[in-house]
Design a protein around this ligand. Structure first.
Ligand SMILES: [Fe+2]
Length: 141
C-alpha cells in the first residue's frame, strides 16, 4: 500500500455552466487554479453521459454512452499529476427516471445540465501517476 499525508490548503465550491463538458471544464478549472493534488466531488444532472469501463483482461477502456437526461447521483474522484500536468480522475453514478443507476469512469462527452462541485485542494508531497505494468493503468507511484 502506498500512503502519503496531506493537509487541506483550500476548499472550492462551484457551480458548473449549463451545457459545458463536465470533465473538460473541471480540468480547465484545476489547471487555471494550479491545483496539483485534491479531492473532488459533484452532484447535479446531465443531458448525456460519456463514461468508460476498464476491462481488466484486455487492459483497455471500453466506452459507455448514455444519450438521455439523468441525475448525477454522485461523482467522486481526485486530482493528481499525470504527464506533468494536473489530471482529474472521476467516477460517476447517474440515475434515470426509474431510479436505475449507471456508473463508470468519467470521460469527455458528459454534458452538464446543472452541477455543483466541491474541490478540496491539498498541500503535501506531489502525487504523480505512472504506467503500471500489472494493471495497464497509470497509478500513483
Ligand atoms: Fe477510473
Amino acid at each position: 500500500m502506498l500512503v502519503r499525508e496531506y493537509g487541506i490548503k483550500k476548499i472550492y465550491m462551484g457551480r458548473m455552466d449549463h451545457g459545458s463538458d463536465l470533465l473538460k471544464s473541471l480540468e480547465e478549472f484545476v489547471i487555471e487554479k494550479g491545483i496539483k493534488t485534491g479531492i473532488i466531488q459533484l452532484v447535479g444532472a446531465a443531458t448525456k453521459v460519456g463514461m468508460a469501463y476498464y476491462d481488466e483482461e484486455d487492459k483497455v477502456y471500453y466506452p459507455i454512452s448514455l444519450n438521455k437526461p439523468v441525475e448525477i447521483a454522485k461523482s467522486i474522484g481526485n486530482i493528481s499529476i499525470k504527464d506533468g500536468k494536473p489530471m482529474v480522475h472521476l467516477h460517476i453514478t447517474v440515475s434515470d427516471e426509474e431510479g436505475n443507476a449507471f456508473a463508470g469512469h468519467l470521460t469527455e462527452g458528459t454534458t452538464v445540465f446543472a452541477g455543483e462541485f466541491s474541490i478540496i485542494e491539498l498541500e503535501g508531497p506531489e502525487l504523480v501517476r505512472e504506467y503500471d505494468d500489472i494493471t495497464g493503468l497509470t497509478l500513483w507511484k
